[in-house]
Design a binder for this molecule. Sequence first.
Ligand code: FES
Length: 126
Amino acid sequence: MTTWNLVGTQKHILICNGSSCMRKGGEEVTLAIRDEINKHELDSHIHTTRTRCNGRCKDACVVIVYPEGTWYRSITPEIGRCIVKSHLVNQHDLLDAMIYKYSSEGFVKVTNIESPEGISKIKERN
Ligand code: FES
């Protein structure tokens, strides 16, 4: 068991390790992102967590960056490294891989690439 002191951590990357994402290279994506973080000596600023399914399996492999609330799709190890370099080091969203971004109105879809809309949670509540 591990208990990190997260005081001072600035970003949290959730890397989906659910079954669909693992079939699409989730393990390799996880290792690539962590390696890139180490290369940039950002380990004390960026915390990573392997998650179970995030509910966007058709977008596998899914990676989410907080506190921005940016969801990325179809992540390969190479794109995972780009997320670290572009989003986390240079503060530029990786637009080509984005699905959602958090705003004052909640998550908004930001992708022009083909990504399934999915089942509406709002309809399910009515
Ligand atoms: S397994 Fe990753 S979103 Fe479902």
